[in-house]
Design a protein around this ligand. Structure first.
Ligand code: ADP
Ligand code: MG
Length: 270
């Protein structure tokens, strides 16, 4: 297998960083007092990297993504996206989000849902320059011919494809995905995993992908960030040094099973 088209250079310098967290702490003021959701998280993600995140429920995975997207303020530390504060990156539309629920507008067709960020931006005076043509995205996510369909006419997997296309329209530098395939059956999830890797290679976008599934974390990621809970903190960052392109048969290979077993062991200590 050849080297991945988008593999980050081994000597990637600071300029090649998509994301850098330095000592990030996030606390919530709750009825039971202060809750430390994330404690002293430091992490660098190279431009074009695919990083998956695993950890027990409540360890702060969603909080981490929301912090990167500047949807939550940090209580300590700094977040920088492409070398600038996360708030600037958000305003410049360099960050996109895909959630477990596709959150499509039910009255809009597939193509209009994909174009929605352009309309929203117009209202705010934030025009997206040179958006990716919606037709191109439609083909990329395998929905050509379904542009006029309404969300209720689509399967769950198809709705997630629309959500991915919508997230890509503004050429994001970072795509944040919070258990995007968690509600799909295993066959659909596998299919979308393969397609997501293809989309990643085609777009060169940096991806942070949260999952509950060990095989999914290993299959997709170049590295797996493992978080422990109470308070949310980095337990281990595991390199997945398996070449791309990866296909589903990889999951039956000993090198895959070995890495998955290691993650399972670490997860037990989280
Ligand atoms: P995960 O996504 O890993 O399951 P979360 O990031 O959703 O975990 O939550 C981490 C911790 O922070 C949990 O204890 C959760 O209850 C708490 N938490 C998350 N959001 C809020 C909030 N807005 N207010 C108070 N507590 C929160
Ligand atoms: Mg979560």
């Amino acid at each position: 297998m050849g080297a991945p088209a988008l593999a980050p250079a081994a000597n990637a310098g600071a300029d090649d960083l998509a994301l850098r967290l330095d000592g990030v702490t996030v606390t919530f003021d709750t009825d039971h007092g202060l809750l430390t959701a994330l404690q002293d998280i430091s992490l660098s993600v190279r431009s074009g990297e695919f990083l998956t995140m695993l950890g027990p429920s409540g360890c702060g995975k969603s909080t981490l993504l929301r912090t990167v997207a500047d949807l939550l303020p940090v209580s300590g530390g700094t977040v920088s996206v492409i070398g600038r504060p996360a708030s600037e990156a958000r305003r410049a539309r360099q960050i996109s989000f895909v959630f477990q629920d596709a959150t499509l507008m039910p009255w809009l067709s597939v193509i209009d849902n994909i174009r929605l960020p352009l309309e929203v931006g117009r209202g705010n005076g934030a025009i997206i320059e040179a958006p990716v043509p919606a037709e191109e995205l439609l083909a990329m996510v395998g929905l050509k011919g379904r542009e006029r369909a309404l969300p209720h006419e689509l399967s769950g997997g198809m709705r997630q494809r629309v959500a991915i296309a919508r997230a890509l329209i503004c050429h994001p530098k970072i795509l944040l995905m919070d258990e995007p395939f968690g509600a799909l059956d295993e066959i659909k999830r596998d299919q979308l995993n393969v397609e997501l890797l293809r989309i990643w290679q085609e777009t060169g976008t940096t991806i942070l992908f949260v999952t509950h599934s060990i095989p999914e974390a290993v299959f997709l990621g170049q590295r797996v960030l493992m978080l422990a809970a109470n308070p949310g903190r980095v337990r281990e960052v595991v390199d997945i040094d398996l070449p791309y392109p990866r296909d589903l048969a990889l999951r039956d290979q000993p090198e895959f099973i070995e890495r998955a077993a290691h993650l399972r062991q670490v997860l037990e200590t989280c």
